[in-house]
Design a protein around this ligand. Structure first.
Ligand SMILES: NC(=O)c1ccc[n+]([C@@H]2O[C@H](COP(=O)([O-])OP(=O)(O)OC[C@H]3O[C@@H](n4cnc5c(N)ncnc54)[C@H](OP(=O)(O)O)[C@@H]3O)[C@@H](O)[C@H]2O)c1
Length: 277
């Protein structure tokens, strides 16, 4: 299979162009899924303190036998730990649960604008990066005004914004803001989280034309838009299919057809109001 290519983040560090999602797997499920995925060729694993599976993810990395230096681990600061000092403590808990010396990419999971502490957490994260405890720092579920505020108040642009993104919620405007700032788009729920996206007639038709599966068409759409999708897959069969998206190319017409015929709607929470603690 074609090796997974990498993107270069705005801090100069590489990131694989596809990764494995792990929520809502528990410790046991994530240990098995992560170990399998790494053996199959995945090199980017997404977790979060809020998922309650960092221990399992860490065990999966160790069990895979893949050298730690080859694996990019993403984890996230939960809402209950927003604040400058709280961020350091939360980070150390995540690092201990994962059983790693450093984290490759540390994200603020949600902005929680009502709490209004994400800038304090961001300042702590810039220090974690300076100290080498994390390699790259970024955010998740941030809207343009949250991104602008971080940059205005700290001068540090997030390397990544992990957002809900799939053909039913393509987020073209937010992606344009990312491009303006040099932020890498990373997409969660990239396959529409089992909401019927993979049965959409236009996606099925494009898949037939290429002799691939609808999931592969959707993941290829992500790759060609320049995003890093994080499909969750518990079975090695789906995991393997989801990696085999670097051997065919969609035309511009197909790319447009994949998201234009669908009714666009969010399936997850609204970052303006969601309060994840
Ligand atoms: N930052 C955030 O706020 C946030 C929010 C939500 C999610 N996330 C992250 O994003 C990851 C992915 O999002 P998600 O779990 O919501 O949704 P998703 O990846 O879009 O969908 C997962 C579902 O797709 C199925 N699937 C995977 N590969 C398939 C294939 N080739 N063919 C058919 N079905 C397939 C999986 O089934 P099987 O398990 O049976 O393969 C699973 O039921 C999460 O696991 C998490 O790491 C982040």
């Amino acid at each position: 299979m074609t090796p997974v290519p990498s993107h270069t983040l705005n801090d100069g560090r590489p990131i694989p162009s596809i990764g494995l999602g792990t929520a809502p797997m528990d410790d046991e499920q994530s240990e098995t899924a992560v170990a399998e995925a790494l053996r199959l060729g995945y090199r980017l694993i997404d977790t979060g303190a809020a998922y309650g599976n960092e221990t399992g993810v860490g065990r999966g990395i160790a069990r895979s036998g893949v050298p730690r230096a080859e694996v990019s681990v993403v984890t996230k600061l939960p809402g209950r730990h927003h604040g400058y000092e709280e961020t350091f403590a939360s980070f150390e808990e995540s690092r201990r649960r994962l059983g790693v010396e450093y984290i490759d990419l540390y994200l603020i999971h949600w902005p929680l604008p009502r709490l209004d502490k994400y800038v304090d957490s961001w300042k702590a994260m810039t220090r974690l990066r300076k100290e080498g405890r994390v390699r790259s720092i970024g955010v998740s579920n941030f809207l343009p005004r949250h991104l602008e505020r971080l940059v205005d108040e700290t001068g540090v642009v997030p390397a990544v914004n992990q957002i809900e993104g799939h053909p039913q919620f393509p987020q073209h405007e937010l992606r344009a803001v990312h491009t303006k700032f040099g932020i890498q788009t990373m997409c969660y729920s990239p396959l529409g989280r089992g909401t019927g996206l993979l049965d959409a007639p236009d996606i099925v038709a494009v898949a037939r034309a290429h002799g691939v599966t609808p999931a592969q068409v959707v993941l290829r759409w992500h790759v060609q838009l320049g995003a890093v999708p994080l499909p969750r897959a518990s079975s090695p069969r789906h995991q393997l299919h989801n990696l085999a998206v670097f051997e065919f190319t969609l035309t511009d017409e197909e790319l447009a057809r994949i998201d234009s015929a669908l009714d666009h709607r969010r399936i997850g929470f609204d970052p303006e109001t969601h309060e994840e603690f």
